[in-house]
Design a protein around this ligand. Structure first.
Ligand code: NAD
Ligand code: AHE
Ligand code: ZN
Length: 376
């Protein structure tokens, strides 16, 4: 195709640890098997803050962050058949090519086709479509939704119901799908199973929503912020524990084992803190309890436990994007939202225009924000 560059606003991260700056950028036309999207709304996920902070070993700058976005297809490159101009879409940081070893395995939602270039912040051909002040900007997680226009690989985008409001469906691009999928796809929760969720942000509360759907027994939410108690209850949590307020000598592991008569069937880390991950594993029931790592830990951090924990049947695993295959399964989740069986609106606590995107990061750190939706 012979498309032209588009000039628009984007929030650029010039270097780690600094606020984003709103810039006029050039978005080049999509090449073969690429799609240019007019982003309407984007969420801000904890992972954006993590990479901006400099903690991400893959983090590189200057970059356009953002990976929780919904918009409209503006143009497509040669060979694109999966979406058309005008489609209402959600960007996918976990692509789905349907032909690589991962996609064909039936065992994972991870796709290997473009992971190497995605991790380097470039398109699959090794170049960038984003430019500012005479230099290339890096892409982020194959999405870069903090821009009014972005270019993604055709396997990194899915068309959804055009009637679904994009200020809600953007959140299905990461936070909600990640937690809900972890509970309903990655974990095999049976009716009555006891579960514990560490960290009641958008991801943790979405695990709660999924556990309710699976008719879990106790759904224990663990958070160091007491304001999350009300949120946990709102989504169907049955118990709330603040680990910093336990009596002297009682650990969070002791407390969870006591509450569940021996340990949880499933636990979920939604904090990214490696000490919490250990507690989450050790709070699992002997013989079968499984702990699922969702949180993303800083460069250099490692998890540890006594191998005896695994010898005695506890299982440590993790997932990205909840184990959800984006192109195959996201339209169904949007459908569930439209039918009223999947909560999305309730996660939106803040809204900001693009000019105030830095405030969305501050909202996240202030502790009273589940998700801030940015109007592009
Ligand atoms: P968030 O910041 O909104 O929520 C995190 C919650 O954890 C907060 O309520 C906070 O009070 C709580 N918390 C912090 N330290 C804690 C501790 N020691 N014990 C208990 N609770 C604690 O974050 P989010 O957007 O919901 O994301 C959660 C985590 O999941 C982040 O690490 C994020 O990077 C990661 N993530 C992973 C995936 C994936 O695919 N694996 C997808 C999305 C997000
Ligand atoms: N780049 C980091 C890891 C970051 C990470 O684990 N990202 C998750 C998604 S977080 C969404 O909010 C993910 O998809 N992981 C699988 C993958 O292939 O990146 C690092 O440690 O290098
Ligand atoms: Zn995310």
């Amino acid at each position: 195709t012979t498309g032209k560059s588009i000039f628009c606003k984007a929030a650029v991260a010039w270097e780690a640890g600094k606020d984003l700056s709103i810039e006029d950028i050039e978005v080049l036309p999509p090449r073969a098997h690429e799609v240019r999207i007019k982003i309407a709304y984007t969420g801000v996920c904890h992972t954006d803050a993590y990479t901006l902070s400099g903690s991400d070993p893959e983090g590189a700058f200057p970059v356009v962050l953002g990976h929780e976005g919904a918009g409209i297809v503006e143009s497509v490159g040669e060979g694109v058949t999966s979406v058309q101009v005008g489609d209402t879409v959600v960007a996918l940081y976990t692509p789905e090519c349907r032909e690589c070893k991962f996609c064909k395995s039936g065992k994972t939602n991870l796709c290997g086709k473009i992971r190497a270039t995605q991790g380097k912040g470039v398109m699959p051909d090794g170049t960038s479509r984003l430019r500012c002040k005479g230099q290339d900007l890096l892409h982020f997680m194959g999405c870069s939704t903090f821009s009014q226009y972005t270019v993604v690989a055709d396997i990194s985008v899915v068309a959804v119901d055009p009637k679904a409001p994009m200020d809600r469906t953007c959140l299905l691009g990461c936070g909600i799908t990640t937690g809900y999928g972890a509970a309903t796809i990655t974990a095999k929760i049976f009716e009555g199973d006891n579960i514990a969720v560490f960290g009641a942000g958008c991801v943790g509360l979405s695990v709660v929503q999924g556990a309710v759907e699976k008719k879990a027994g106790k759904i224990i939410v663990v958070d160091i912020n007491n304001d999350k108690k009300e949120w946990a209850e709102k989504f169907g949590g049955t118990d709330f524990v603040n680990p910093t307020e336990l009596p002297e000598g009682i650990t969070i592991v002791d407390k969870l084992i006591e509450l569940t008569d021996g340990g949880c069937d499933y636990t979920f880390d939604c904090t990214g803190n490696v000490n919490v991950m250990r507690d989450a594993l050790e709070a699992c029931h002997k013989g079968w309890g499984e702990s699922i790592v969702i949180g993303v830990a800083a460069a250099g951090k490692e998890i540890s436990t006594r191998p005896f924990q695994l010898v005695t049947g506890r299982v440590w695993k993790g997932c990205a994007f909840g184990g959800v295959k984006g192109r195959s399964q996201l339209p169904g989740l949007v459908g569930d939202y439209m039918k009223g069986s999947l909560k999305v609106d309730q996660f939106i606590t803040h809204r900001r225009p693009l000019e105030d995107i830095n405030k969305a990061f501050h909202d996240m750190h202030a502790g009273d924000c589940i998700r801030c939706v940015v109007d592009m």
